[in-house]
Design a protein around this ligand. Structure first.
Ligand code: GRF
Length: 203
């Protein structure tokens, strides 16, 4: 299936969304972002509004959160979904309907420091506490689990002995801004092939 219409889901500042948007505007990603959905009043919604992209707030605390999120996605009718720092669990009907068409970015080398409770600064704090010498970024397909789908791209980087969480997070974020648009571009170009847990890139 051709991926030409993307929905981006986010919970934070939206810098990863911005990186993907900029890549679509440059023509590096052959698709358009048809809408942005946030599960809280995130700064990323303002970025979408500034870019003239439909921005929807679907509050994670609402009792009908999953129903409302599924309905908003049906309204946007994307071919693919990008989780750009989205902190809620997707409705099972969405992960089932979009098998191998939902991409997530995680700020560590999965399967390290991922899963429930590992997000944002908590990831980098765990990396430093463990005394790791490398960390990095993972972009993966989303399945019904948390950070468990087939890995598309990864990039490692050095953890410096004097790194603070803030410094490590900033260097990791720079790599995220490169890796996520690259993975989305490959998805939209139909170059990703999944066999079991393995993702092959057909350049
Ligand atoms: C990033 O650190 C990403 O790894 C994590 O959430 C953060 C999102 O940052 N999933 P932003 O909202 O894209 O600026």
């Amino acid at each position: 299936m051709q991926i030409r219409r993307l929905a981006v889901l986010l919970s934070g500042a939206g810098s990863n969304f911005q990186a993907v948007l900029d890549a679509t505007l440059r023509g590096d990603i052959d698709a358009e972002i048809v809408g942005v959905i946030a599960d809280r009043p995130a700064k990323g919604l303002e970025r979408a509004q500034n870019a003239g992209i439909p921005a929807h707030l679907v509050e994670r605390g609402a009792p009908d959160f999953h129903v409302a999120l599924s309905a908003t996605l049906r309204e946007l009718a994307p071919d693919g979904i990008v989780l750009a720092g989205f902190l809620s669990i997707l409705p099972p009907d969405v992960t089932a309907a979009y098998k191998n068409r939902i991409i997530n970015i995680h700020p560590s080398l999965i399967p390290s420091f991922c899963g429930m409770g590992f997000y944002g600064a908590r990831v980098h704090q765990a990396v430093l506490d463990y005394g790791c010498k490398i960390s990095g970024v993972t972009v993966h397909f989303v399945d019904e689990g948390t950070d468990t789908g087939p890995i598309i791209l990864q990039q490692a980087m050095e953890v410096r002995s004097d790194d603070t969480v803030t410094e490590l997070a900033a260097r990791v974020l720079k790599i995220e801004h490169q890796l996520l648009p690259r993975a989305v571009a490959l998805l939209c170009a139909g170059k990703l092939r999944v066999e079991g847990r393995r993702v092959f890139i057909d350049e």
